[in-house]
Design a protein around this ligand. Structure first.
Ligand code: ACO
Length: 343
């Protein structure tokens, strides 16, 4: 009687399948069905069927063919299909001794099977399955390898245990779980308009920050003491000089202005993060954008990389990028050696 309940769901959800065919396979002793039954809900004394999968195990070849799979219309996309498949995989592996499933998936169910780790590639040797399973038209043969160890019915708690273990490890190694009340700190320091010293921001020192790491730069630029305002001024002067050496170089002409989308219509389709010397110049002029040398170097590097991405190596633009980049980095190195050392 329960199988009849499942037959009704298959008949409704798989309208292209002849009902007689569904009944024949479902009632066939070589086929097995795994079902979702609603607890405590009965219809005419029989538990209510929410959905199920009917499959045939081929024990000698150790694969199973899923013939039908469906969940009743009002219960779809609530996770029942996944739960059902997980139970099926575990049962088929532990009770039937299967290692693989094959199924002919309806086009509109391919997405569901992909999420249950079925693939469109068939890795099983054709000799193993060919001639055993029936061919269907307009459907896609898919395969799933059943993991030999995975506790499919316990995936959620396994993942949450793994997450917890990783979380505990992170907490041992870092103090990133500490939350500091920046709003209260701002109030105490006199509101958001006042300039706040980096080193006074709550939590920075606890996170291992020291004043040597001013601006989080890889480069220790200026020796000696000096407050952050002085250091920013020194940095701005250095960056302005580096920008000028690029602007004055004979190979700088392709980079002076942003690329014109009228002249090069597909440029912005290919280059998603464009930059040029004019744009960099505006950021330099603001005197607040580049708070580290790294940021400035990264923008310049992006400009050269963009050029080499869009243009092929035999173009004049590509050669300009390479030559200007070499010139730029030699100037950066020279600046670092004359007072600013990489940390
Ligand atoms: N297409 C694409 N993705 C789908 C589909 C679909 N038809 N159905 C479900 N999914 C996705 C869900 O969005 C969900 O994604 P998420 O994990 O990212 O949230 C994931 O697959 C699992 O969804 P469940 O809720 O576990 O699946 P559901 O309970 O809806 O069962 C099933 C899936 C069996 C395909 C059901 O939707 C159904 O009965 N459909 C109609 C009948 C059908 O097409 N059956 C398969 C025919 S092929 C055959 O029988 C061999």
């Amino acid at each position: 009687m329960i199988l009849i309940g499942l037959k009704n769901i298959f008949a409704r959800q798989l309208p292209n399948m002849p009902k007689e065919y569904i009944v024949r396979l479902l009632m066939d002793r070589k086929h097995k069905s795994v079902m979702v039954l609603r607890n405590n809900e009965v219809e005419g004394g029989i538990p209510l069927v929410v959905g199920g999968i009917t499959y045939r195990p081929y024990h000698r070849q150790r694969f199973g063919e899923i013939a039908f799979c469906a969940i009743s219309a009002d219960e779809q996309v609530k996770g029942y299909g996944t739960r059902l498949m997980n139970h099926l995989k575990e049962h088929a592996r532990d009770v039937d001794g299967l290692t693989h499933f094959l199924t002919y998936a309806d086009n509109n169910a391919v997405g569901y099977f992909v999420k249950q780790s079925f693939t469109k590639e068939i890795y099983l040797e054709k000799d193993v399955w060919h001639g055993y399973i029936k061919d269907y038209d307009g459907v896609l043969l898919m395969e799933c390898r059943i993991d030999p160890k995975l506790k499919y019915t316990n995936l959620a708690s396994m993942i949450s245990q793994q997450r917890q273990a990783i979380d505990e490890m992170i907490r041992e190694l870092s103090n990133c779980q500490n939350v500091y009340q920046v709003a209260e700190f701002q109030k105490k320091e006199g509101g958001s308009s006042k300039n706040i010293r980096v080193e006074d921001i709550p939590g920075l020192r606890d996170a291992g920050w020291t004043s040597d790491q001013w601006g989080h730069t890889r480069y220790k630029l200026f020796s000696g003491s000096g407050d952050s305002v002085t250091k920013q001024k020194q940095l701005n002067a250095l960056i302005r000089g580096l920008l000028k050496t690029m602007q004055d170089h004979t190979d700088a002409w392709p980079f002076i202005e942003p690329v014109d989308s009228v002249d090069v219509p597909d440029y912005y389709k290919i280059i998603k993060d464009p930059i040029d010397l004019k744009t960099i110049g505006k950021s330099v002029e603001s005197e607040q954008y580049y708070v580290t040398l790294d940021m400035f170097v990264a923008d310049a590097r992006r400009m050269f990389n963009n050029c080499r991405t869009y243009n092929s190596p035999d173009t004049v633009y590509y050669r300009c990028a390479t030559k200007l980049q070499a010139h730029f980095f030699s100037k950066v190195q020279a600046a670092l050696q004359s007072g600013a050392k990489p940390q």
